[in-house]
Design a protein around this ligand. Sequence first.
Ligand SMILES: Nc1nc2c(ncn2[C@@H]2O[C@H](COP(=O)(O)OP(=O)(O)OP(=O)(O)O)[C@@H](O)[C@H]2O)c(=O)[nH]1
Length: 681
Amino acid sequence: MSLQHFFRHNAQRVCSACKQLHNQAVIRPHRHQSAVKHGLPQLFSDVIHAHNFSKWFFRQRRFASSGPPNKYSVDLSQFPVENIRNFSIIAHVDHGKSTLADRLLEITGTIPKVPQNQQVLDRLQVERERGITVKAQTASLIHTHNGQSYLLNLIDTPGHVDFHYEVSRSLAACQGVLLLVDANQGVQAQTVANFTLALESDLAIVPVINKIDLKAAQPEVVAHQMNSIFGISTDEILKISAKKGTGVWDILTAVIERIPPPKADASQPMKALLFDSWYDQYRGVIANIAVGDGVITKGEKVVCMSSKKVYEVHEIGFMHPTPLAVEALYAGQVGYIITNMRNTEEAQIGDTFCHERSDVQAHPGFRPAKAMVFAGLFPSDQSEFVALRSAVERLTLNDSSVSLHSDSSPALGQGFRMGFLGLLHLDVFCQRLEQEFNTSFIVTSPNVPFKVKVKGAKNIKEHGGSEVTILNPCHMPNPSVIEEYQEPMVKGTIICPDQYLGSVTSLCLDRRGLIEDQLNIDNTRIMLIIRFPLNEILVDFFDDLKSVTSGYASFDYEDAGYEISSLVKVDFMLNGSVVDELAMICHTTRARDTARRVCEKLRETIPRQQFGIIVQGAVRSKILAREDIRPFRKDVTAKCYGGDISRKTKLLKRQAEGKKKMRKIGNIDVPKDAFIKVLKR
Ligand SMILES: Nc1nc2c(ncn2[C@@H]2O[C@H](COP(=O)(O)OP(=O)(O)OP(=O)(O)O)[C@@H](O)[C@H]2O)c(=O)[nH]1
């Protein structure tokens, strides 16, 4: 359908707000010169998709200024480096980043202003369903300030700790951030983590207090907190309501006036940082780039500095908020390129693009994401392994923080051992794999990467070194060759009202936490810095923390290296056979509890069979826990009315023998979700 047809088709609904203006737009778009001035977005009803509007909006702009339409309607060369601002919105979970992005897109006319605009940059199905941002998204806005046109590239980032890596990568393409704080909740753990990140990256910080429309909002108190924790002057803080749009214009002014333009030079040889990428099944790899110097143009050849491979730029463009093709991207600008890059492994995040034979300095790249949680991923049916591999490889391109190794298991066949940044990350990855690639698979119980030191030259040689990282508990060397066990630690930050200090402290001690520091944020709230074994906070810690603080605590953590520990491997057996996929490594003091808990969970999750199942948890040969799953039982004596008792006894004996035999040969199906469920406390 052509654009004109589209508008004709939607005429009645579109023109309801301003009939005259609309009719002109439909019938003679090129004459519709005043449209932009009239604030077009307000004219639209909810039926128009942002993508269609975006295309139309730019055509209208071009119609208003020059001749007939052509494919590349926006010339980005009109934005010199001084008129470019690249910034991210960072905040704690749910403090309103995506809502603020919606308002910024609306008031700059990038999308129509309709009530349906809710977190428009959260495009993934999983983001919409869960109401959280998982993937950082870029959008370019054009805004006029003091008579000059500015190109503002905004990146909406995730708030959850598991997606912290997305934030750190996004900041590499920015010169400033909007640090958002909820006017009711105040500074939270991820606010501190994000502020530190922005400070370390030497970015300009524009502090913003959001949700001032809430009845319980306390902007003055929150401003005071920001001052005492971050040293931010209260006069600098903008107070807004992203939901209502209050104060959002001031944000645009602050972005232009307080965030510096990128340090870029259009006359230098081209160099561009690849800071994100995703895979489109029809167009291949789409790479998000931040152009450092020079100009990158459609049709030219570019080199990937790490692999030295040459690619042709098939398409180049920027997100507005949907992809909009242009002829070229200039120094300081952020956009995307599509090349003949087909192999998912070629797009290395942190890589630098340049022209052939040019002598530019490569970007130092990013610190690789450190996987905190590992889990096995196996196809439900081995015949689907190839399909699963292709889906996993594509999704890992869209999510470069996932690490991938081949793995195999006697029970589940060929599969993968995958590393994630946290349990939510693992959960989201699995959901995306199911929804976006329609695959069916089994995930084994997640574990953290432990380390062991092995002794004896022969053993060292056998394990490829004296220090072995255990990504999969069933690969744990025999305890007799282990000299030392180490477990990963994290530095946790908890912010909560001080009345909960007692219950938070006892919860932390219960999880083998060590309180290192304590700070009063203001008269009512405290911040605790605690050293935890990662294994102890992996599952349910956050839920427990929320429940002991009536939902008022926030938690964030960062990697804090390894520490010597006393660990054991707990094996689980079903009718005497060890199920490798269920093996767990835990602290010695937790072994009995773990064995009991998992056996109970298995009893609840494994369906009853025709034969009895004995579930056991053991450390080496010592059984620590046992549960029995009773068989279905048919009343074989039902047909015997009265008569000889020996007849009944014979039938029952036969039944018992049959069940014993079945138990020996019967396959026990461990349900797919049991592997995850057993981990829950
Ligand atoms: N009352 C009020 N609610 C707001 C405001 N801004 C955002 N919200 C609400 O806060 C909730 C979270 O908003 P989001 O924009 O998804 O928050 P976010 O920071 O992007 O969330 P994550 O990406 O998951 O970290 C939504 O229900 C919004 O409607 C505001 O100014 N006032």
